[in-house]
Design a protein. Structure first.
Length: 78
């Protein structure tokens, strides 16, 4: 049994999801000291939290690329 070929934006969606979850984990770690009453992390830790948004944008670009590659209008011109 063979596996179906990957779509145009599948790799972007996977990479975006990984980056998103790294950013989400960094957000949880960064917010934890606020609830625990300890000293907050340095500013660079808050910058790593921005990976969540970057991962979302990469995954969204993969979805758009897959939709664009599979559109009926595009298939008719091939």
């Amino acid at each position: 049994m063979s596996t179906p070929p990957s779509g145009a934006g599948d790799r972007l969606v996977r990479v975006g999801a990984i980056i998103f979850f790294i950013g989400a984990l960094a957000t949880l770690v960064t917010v934890a000291p606020l609830f625990l009453g300890t000293d907050p992390f340095p500013s660079i830790a808050y910058a790593v939290c921005m990976l969540m948004g970057v991962g979302f944008l990469i995954a969204a670009a993969g979805v758009v690329r897959s939709a664009w590659a599979g559109s009926p209008k595009r298939d008719a011109t091939r």
